[in-house]
Design a protein around this ligand. Structure first.
Ligand code: 6PG
Length: 250
């Protein structure tokens, strides 16, 4: 895998703290450079501690929340108050606890029902926010990702036709591994971001992390290998358990 940076932290708490420090730094940097900070949050369970930290001091009063515009990298096809909803998790852990204007929260409108309709509606929301670019892709200030034990990122799973999508910004693939539709940003958007952070925690991710970072380039099987930050490097934040199969530097 090409240029990336790996920071190994002792545990999930330390990993979340490092991610919160990077998040806060990027908010301040983007706000002064561009007047706003557009972030696509990750779903799953790993980022929950990070979101809780951002909602508490010192981050809560340090971050200019009115400048923060929140999106999601992917979503499940469930209502926004469903326990599996990535929006619901972030809302409970963070968004309900900070003075972020409601109009700055851009969730997938899963209540529209048909996954393809939800995906095209979300793409419309992005085009309105980022401007309908003739060509090229919208540029988030930060996209936060988790890593699946099978090497997936967002809802871009091994073997999915969504891995090849270059035209649409948002798609709704049927995920064989889950027997369900998912909603996801496509790879060109992930790779266009100013900053890409992938947070990985736990023994169960150790093999995937090693294969993605050190294994043969087999992106169909390890979609995370398709991450190619166009503007810099992918920052991998892993705890020792997840990094246990990476050779120690030096
Ligand atoms: C989702 C996520 C997904 C997640 C990984 C890791 O909707 O589930 O976007 O890509 O980040 O599956 O999930 P955990 O953090 O729960 O291990």
């Amino acid at each position: 895998m090409a240029d990336f940076e790996v920071h190994i932290l002792s545990d999930l708490q330390a990993l979340s703290r490092r991610a919160a420090d990077v998040f806060a730094r990027e908010v301040l940097q983007a706000s002064s450079a561009r007047g706003r900070f557009a972030v696509a949050l990750s779903g799953g369970s790993t980022p929950r501690r990070l979101y809780e930290m951002l909602a508490a001091e010192p981050f809560r009063s340090h971050i200019p929340w009115s400048k923060v515009c929140v999106f999601w990298g992917d979503e499940r096809c469930v209502p926004p108050d469903h326990p599996d909803s990535n929006y619901a998790m972030a809302y409970a852990a963070l968004l309900s606890k900070v003075p972020l204007p409601a109009e700055n929260i851009h969730r997938f409108r899963t209540e529209l029902g048909d996954p393809q309709r939800v995906a095209s509606n979300y793409e419309q929301v992005l085009r309105e926010f980022f401007g309908t670019l003739g060509e090229g892709y919208p540029r988030y200030d930060l996209i936060l990702l988790g890593l699946g034990a099978d090497g997936h990122i967002a809802s871009l799973f091994p073997g999915s036709p969504a891995l090849q999508e270059q035209r649409r910004w948002v798609v709704a693939p049927f995920v064989e591994q889950l027997g369900a539709y998912r909603l996801t940003l496509t790879l060109p958007l992930l790779n266009e971001a100013h900053h890409l952070i992938c947070v990985v925690s736990g023994e169960e991710k150790a093999l995937a992390l090693r294969e993605v970072l050190k294994g043969e380039y087999r992106p169909e099987e390890r979609p995370a290998q398709l991450l190619r930050a166009a503007r810099g490097r992918v920052l991998w934040l892993a705890d020792q358990a997840a990094a246990s199969l990476l050779e120690r530097p030096g």
